[in-house]
Design a protein around this ligand. Structure first.
Ligand SMILES: [Zn+2]
Length: 134
């Protein structure tokens, strides 16, 4: 049985593996961080946030310094889809952003059964039905 976790990640409760939802690649144990099975790419933050001032003239350019921060992108090794991006202090490992009680998930989903596709959220608020000004 699969449990959808994010747009690109699911947990196969039968194999207890993280899997890519796009290509079905088995990423790693669901009892551990999925990031251990991802292809990680450390970006220079100034590639993303261009300096607003000339770096030849100024040390501080309103762009994050690679000496202080890293941007880590996590890609599926099977299909290359970008699964996660995070900012961490320079030199820090990727964070553990999700940790599940797999035995608890199995117990919870056993009575519900597998959901074929994730549901959608509530409808967008109809502004005409609101009683206040926007
Ligand atoms: Zn994939």
């Amino acid at each position: 049985m699969n449990v959808y976790v994010t747009e690109y990640l699911k947990i196969n409760l039968d194999t207890e593996q993280w899997q890519c939802r796009k290509c079905e690649h088995e990423i790693g144990s669901a009892r551990d961080s999925y990031k251990k099975g991802m292809k990680l790419y450390k970006r220079d933050p100034q590639e993303i946030h261009k300096p607003l001032l000339d770096p030849e003239l100024y040390h501080y350019t309103f762009a994050p310094s690679a000496e202080l921060c890293s941007i880590i992108e996590c890609y599926c090794p099977g299909c290359g889809v970008l699964v996660e991006t995070e900012y961490v202090p320079a030199g820090f490992a990727p964070t553990i952003d999700m940790e599940f009680d797999i035995d608890g998930l199995k117990q919870h989903w056993q009575s519900i059964g597998e959901v074929a596709e994730p549901g959608v959220g509530p409808d967008v608020v109809n502004l005409k039905q609101c009683n206040h000004q926007h």
